[in-house]
Design a protein around this ligand. Structure first.
Ligand code: MTE
Length: 329
């Protein structure tokens, strides 16, 4: 059974060298062994980079029509951390692997298949999909099921606005998403850690909710490969694994679609995956989260309390009225 929480990232891979060295010295003083430092994403692991200096944001700048802070003014995660501490198993299971191994992935040209219960289906180029859509920047809190979180400015379009264009029929009760599968460009696909391709799904009303977006960029620039170029899902009230990357298929379906993590471990990863401090993961608590970044000398990261629906309860709780969220986790 694969674990999303792999501890094989080297802190040096995600931390600027001086900060890393300083941290090592301090750790030695504290008589903590190198093994503790090597633990990548447990709560006791050293936090990754704390770059507060100006950072380059490669990739084309996007023209964004509106910016909204949906994170209540919380400090943004640095670009460096957001692009060097990733989960993208098609590029390896270590947090530093996607940044290291995704260089030969080609996100252009790109097309997406729209299939299933909709009046309009077919293959559409990314340019076609984005035509006429408003590109917005929204700062969202993101919470990973592994217990860490970030605050990221995403650039993209409202998922619901795009879906409506294809006129889903009344049989479209769910939306299923699939990631591209290119073993020649994605070294992680050669290992059977998951039942590829990566698949995710939402109920249609969740997909239509205005907080759900399809991101094409972050920090005002095109998405880097490791973050899901050229198109990925962002659903801020759910655990991060719902945010499927590099989408090539959007399917309107009648029954709840199978999702890759739910298939791999139904007891651990539910279909809904709403951020819920009251429902523990079988192997760890979900009550608190480690905010990535912050003070470089804060060895344990900034541990904060996790909020129901990741702080978006006011906007989304009504979607689940009457449901037992302990069963529908
Ligand atoms: N999408 C694909 N195709 N493959 C993956 O391994 N990992 C998921 C999600 N989307 C994943 C994926 C998980 S577990 C998380 S936490 C988020 O991507 C991480 O997104 P980020 O690396 O941009 O922070």
């Amino acid at each position: 059974m694969p674990k999303p929480c792999r501890n094989d990232v080297r802190p040096s891979a995600i931390t600027p060298e001086p900060v890393y060295r300083q941290r090592r010295e301090l750790l030695k003083t504290l008589a903590l062994g190198a093994t503790a430092l090597a633990a990548g994403c447990s709560s006791a692991a050293a936090p990754p980079a704390t770059a507060t200096t100006a950072e380059s944001t490669p990739g084309k700048a996007l023209s964004v029509s509106r910016k909204t802070d949906n994170a209540g003014g919380e400090a943004q995660t640095s670009y460096k951390d957001a692009t060097h501490y990733n989960n993208y198993y098609e590029f390896g299971t270590g947090k530093g692997d996607p940044a290291e191994t995704s260089g030969s992935f080609h996100p252009q040209p790109w097309s997406v298949e729209i299939a299933g219960h909709a009046e309009q289906t077919g293959h559409f180029s990314l340019e076609d999909l984005l035509k006429g859509q408003t590109v917005e920047e929204r700062i969202y809190r993101m919470r990973c099921v592994e217990g860490w979180s970030m605050v990221i400015p995403w650039d993209g379009i409202a998922l619901g606005d795009l879906l409506k264009r294809f006129k889903p029929t009344s049989q479209a009760k769910y939306v299923a998403f699939t990631t591209v599968r290119r073993p020649a460009e994605m070294p992680g696909l050669n290992r059977p850690v998951l039942d590829w391709p990566y698949r995710e799904g939402l109920r249609i009303d969740e997909a239509m909710h205005p907080l759900a977006i399809l991101a094409t960029g972050m920090y005002g620039h095109e998405l880097p490969n490791q973050n899901g170029a050229p198109l990925r899902l962002v659903v801020p009230w759910k655990y991060g694994f719902k945010g499927i990357k590099s989408i090539v298929k959007i399917d309107f379906v009648e029954t709840q679609p199978k999702t890759i993590w739910n298939d791999a471990g139904p007891e651990e990863y539910g279909f809904y995956s709403n951020v819920n401090p009251a429902v523990d993961h079988p192997r760890w608590s979900q009550k608190t989260e480690r905010r990535i970044g912050g003070d470089g000398l804060n060895l344990f990261g900034n541990r904060i309390e996790t909020k129901p629906f990741n702080g978006y309860a006011e906007q989304v709780a009504s979607l689940y009225a009457g449901m037992d969220l302990r069963k529908n986790f």
